[in-house]
Design a protein around this ligand. Structure first.
Ligand code: SF4
Length: 478
């Protein structure tokens, strides 16, 4: 599924649900990452303390973002970095296209960057006549397939090994093989050539350190090292919220991010970049440009509830834990940011008019909040956005049967005797609907049919909690 929008999320989700290959690939990958994350988190005895500290650090940055930005800029500029401020995606793309044009660039290598996905930078550079090559293996696969990433840290999570092998045969002309080592070495060979040709390297940023003006980029493949050191010019694109106050704060975030993302203790490479090279004979680019993107972040910052969305460190753990994402993957969200955090960020970036279905793409089970290394209360944010939607356009009164059902439900819940009686009656008759231990799709019995259209219901237990409790009391007395 590709080229879909957030406006049609419900329909996109239905298409994704019917794709058994997609669901198989998602099930394998999300459960593997979930297990790895859990094991990695359990390897630290102070995991919860780290989460609390990380959130406090991000809150501190967000509350004083203006001051930390000034400090970051001043320290990075003093080491040779040049800053560019972009109010929105179009401005960021135009700044980068101009930098590339002024330097006569033909080939640009890129490392994985969600921020440039957010601005659709590749389209802008290609429209300006430049060749753009994604160098992260997952992003390279996606670029060959002319798709968009479906996960924040695993862009090709939706693809099986067989699909990737087929793609490489079609696009790179290699004999059919599903040998992962062969596929990887083919990509490496093609990319080395592009690294050598590129005049500009573009990267994202994981963290900017206000105290030193350093940027840190994490990776496992070594392609970021090459992207940021081989070409003469390095352009790093970062959201204005990506700051940490002090270098020492990395101690907390480097324990949390790799563990939450891939279940690793640490990524294979950590590139710390502070300004440009001072010695012409040293390695590294001659120019370092930092493009600071707002694109709606100031708006999020201004509200105490939505502000916490900016604490996100893009680890992807909430996607792997989300029962909705696990079934439909990322493309159905119609946004570069899918899953629970995407359902929160996308409406704030793009406006609720075009994304009003996304805050409802959640059962509010809280799995995302449980795993989030910076303790973002995503369910609360989703409810906040739902509240905004309802305030702007109150929903229609609903089906007459549904209204009647809720009236009956309210009256029942207010009277204990009626509640107990109705449970007994329901227990007697539910046998007509229960199959294989569950109540599946019920046709023609509104509103029950609407409820069971997308979910199974558990049958009512043979004894209620009250009945069990009463028995327990009697047992204890005797
Ligand atoms: S919301 Fe939390 S769990 Fe989800 S990507 Fe951001 S930091 Fe990770």
């Amino acid at each position: 599924m590709n080229h879909v929008t957030s406006e049609t999320f419900d329909a996109n989700a239905k298409v994704a649900l019917a794709d058994s290959q997609l669901r198989g690939a998602l099930r394998n990958a999300t459960s593997l990452f979930g297990q790895r994350r859990l094991a990695a988190a359990q390897s630290l005895t102070n995991w919860e303390d780290l989460r609390t500290q990380a959130r406090a650090i991000k809150d501190e940055v967000l509350l004083h973002l203006d001051q930390y930005l000034e400090r970051f800029v001043s320290n990075a500029e003093s080491r040779g970095a040049q800053f560019h401020w972009a109010r929105d995606a179009a401005e960021a793309n135009s700044i980068i296209c101009n930098l590339a044009k002024e330097r006569g660039a033909h080939t640009i290598v890129k490392s994985k960057s969600m921020t440039t996905e957010e601005t659709h930078l590749n389209h802008a550079l290609e429209a300006a006549g430049m060749e753009v090559v994604e160098t992260d293996l997952g992003e390279y696969i996606i670029q060959l397939a002319e798709e968009t990433p479906s996960h924040i840290i695993v862009p090709a999570i939706h693809k099986t090994k067989g699909q990737i092998a087929e793609l490489f045969t079609q696009e790179l002309g290699i004999p059919p093989t599903d040998d992962v080592a062969k596929l990887t070495s083919t990509a490496r060979e093609k990319l080395r050539d592009r690294f050598a040709a590129a005049e500009i390297g573009i990267s994202g940023v994981n963290f900017g350190i206000a105290e030193t003006g350093t940027i840190l980029i994490l990776e496992n493949e070594g392609n970021i090292r090459l992207t940021t050191s081989l070409p003469r010019v390095h352009i790093a694109v970062m959201g204005i919220e990506k700051l940490l106050p002090r270098f020492a704060d990395l101690d907390v975030f480097l324990k949390l991010l790799p563990r939450s993302g891939t279940g690793q203790r640490l990524t294979t490479y950590q590139s710390f970049i502070t300004g440009t090279k001072t010695d012409p004979g040293a390695e590294g680019p001659e120019e370092l440009h930092l493009v600071m993107l707002d694109n709606g972040r100031s708006r999020m910052l201004s509200h105490p509830v939505t502000r916490q969305s900016l604490a996100c460190i893009r680890c992807g753990a909430c996607l792997n834990a989300c029962p909705v994402y696990q079934q439909i993957g990322g493309h159905a969200y119609g946004s570069v940011y899918p899953g629970p955090i995407g359902a929160v960020i996308t409406p704030q970036l793009m406006g609720l008019e075009k994304t009003r279905q996304l805050p409802y793409a959640s059962s509010l089970c809280g799995a995302c909040r449980e795993v989030c290394p910076v303790k973002i209360d995503i369910p609360r944010l989703l409810l906040h956005l739902r509240g905004e939607i309802t305030e702007k356009a109150p929903p229609a009164k609903g089906h007459a049967g549904e209204r009647l059902a809720f009236k009956v439900w309210r009256a029942t819940m207010k009277r204990q005797w009626l509640y107990e009686l109705s449970a007994r009656v329901a227990r007697l008759f539910q046998g007509l609907l229960v199959k294989n231990g569950k109540i599946g799709r019920v046709k023609g019995l509104s509103p029950l049919s609407a409820w069971t259209d997308g979910r199974d219901l558990r049958p009512i237990e043979s004894q209620s909690f009250r009945e069990l409790w009463r028995k327990e009391l009697v047992h204890k007395k005797n």
